[in-house]
Ligand binder design. Structure first.
Ligand SMILES: Nc1ncnc2c1ncn2[C@@H]1O[C@H](COP(=O)(O)OP(=O)(O)O)[C@@H](O)[C@H]1O
Ligand SMILES: [Mg+2]
Length: 359
């Protein structure tokens, strides 16, 4: 069993406090994705789990065993980085065999392990090539193969696909999803790619400044973010955020909302959030309840859907998503209808207030 249990984890580099109290339980065979802004501590978390950095405070357990004071080789985890770090003068076969040779395994066993990993990663035809004769995606597969042969307790991936071009990323993303199913191994995966996070994760962990903001299944985070940070971090384009007072000045009232959490009342709402797909667009000025009127500033037509950036007086730019069949012109006056059941409300500390909106 390879469950990972992290308790009260802190890490400081000298005076710089980077990880500020992380508690996290990862189940055996789970695929957990870490996301968060650059510098929030994702790589440091992986390095602490792998045993490549010393813990300042707290504990890490693997499969029920406290490994906090064990070295990286003793923990038996595999880490895959953005840079492949393959040996340039060794063939694919030799690169993949290397960790097992170093460990002193008999050569028949090494050969069998390499064949197995090559089959999983579809590298059989490339075993005698050198890294320079491979594409970026193939090199990254070799780097993963070098991990697979060791049968690690868990895989730690640190933005493994960020050096690849867009088409290869998509292909490798699907490969990693299949790999997870095939190996049934615990995986932690760091990415800044929204689609990778949403599609690969059993659960996403959102980090900010060395702390966990929220943990949950991808759609749970998307639909029920527990704060403004998560609400605007998950989803692309971002959730629109509108200050409560600005909405009031635009002649819109949400006084019909009834609080569903004790102690919260409509007066504590500081801002509202609404995702681009939860609004509809119509030509012309037709103000009314749950509506905003504005002018099309720019649009982005992606084929499958379109994004219209609408300048609303007193509020700013609001982005709405439409079907490609709905077309509007730049400068056109339009009315945005907000779906009240999809409005998010936040207090002045950015915490989500749970309200039920009135149609
Ligand atoms: N060895 C180190 N010495 C000092 N500061 C470090 C060291 N490693 C990371 N940091 C700092 O820790 C913070 C988090 O870094 P990192 O974990 O790499 O972030 P992320 O992977 O989320 O972008 C950054 O401010 C970084 O400068
Ligand atoms: Mg990093």
């Amino acid at each position: 069993m390879s469950e990972i249990s992290i308790k009260g984890l802190h890490k400081a580099f000298g005076a710089v406090h980077v990880i500020k109290g992380v508690d996290l339980d990862i189940a055996d065979k789970e695929f957990v994705v870490f996301v968060g802004p650059s510098g929030c501590g994702k790589s440091t978390m992986l390095r602490l789990i792998a045993g490549l950095e010393e813990v300042s405070e707290g504990s890490i357990a693997l499969g029920g065993e406290d490994v906090t004071s064990l070295t990286a080789p003793e923990r038996g985890l595999a880490m895959v980085f953005q840079s492949y770090a393959l040996y340039p003068h060794k063939t694919v076969r030799e690169n993949m065999a290397f960790p097992l040779k170093v460990a002193g395994l008999p050569s028949a066993e090494v050969a069998a392990a390499v064949e197995r990993a090559a089959a999983i990663l579809q590298l059989e035809a490339l075993l005698d090539r050198k890294p320079k004769e491979l594409s970026g995606g193939q090199r990254q597969r070799v780097a993963i193969g070098r991990c697979i042969v060791r049968e690690p307790k868990a895989f730690l991936f640190d933005e493994p696909l960020s050096n690849l071009d867009a088409a290869l990323r998509v292909e490798m993303r699907v490969q990693i999803a299949r790999l997870h199913k095939q190996l049934a191994a615990t995986m932690i995966y760091v990415t800044h790619d929204q689609i990778e996070a949403m599609t690969l994760a059993d659960r996403i962990v959102v980090f900010s400044e060395g702390r966990i903001e929220q943990i949950g299944a991808p759609l749970a985070l998307y639909e029920n973010p527990s704060n403004l940070f998560v609400a605007t971090f998950i989803g692309s384009p971002k959730m629109n955020v509108i200050a409560g007072a600005d909405l009031a000045s635009a002649g819109i009232s949400f006084t019909g909302k009834r609080p569903m959490v004790e102690g919260a009342d409509a007066g504590s709402i500081h801002s509202y959030g609404i995702r681009p797909e939860h609004m509809s667009l119509k030509t012309g000025d037709t103000p009314g309840k749950n509506r905003l009127v504005g002018e099309i500033a720019i649009f982005e037509k992606l084929g499958g859907d379109s994004f219209y950036h609408v300048d609303v007086e007193g509020i700013g730019t609001v982005v709405a998503r439409t079907l490609p069949t709905e077309t509007f012109e730049e400068g056109e006056r339009v009315t945005l209808s907000l779906e009240p059941q999809h409005l998010h409300a936040f207090d002045d500390a950015g915490r989500t207030l749970t309200y039920r909106a009135e149609d």
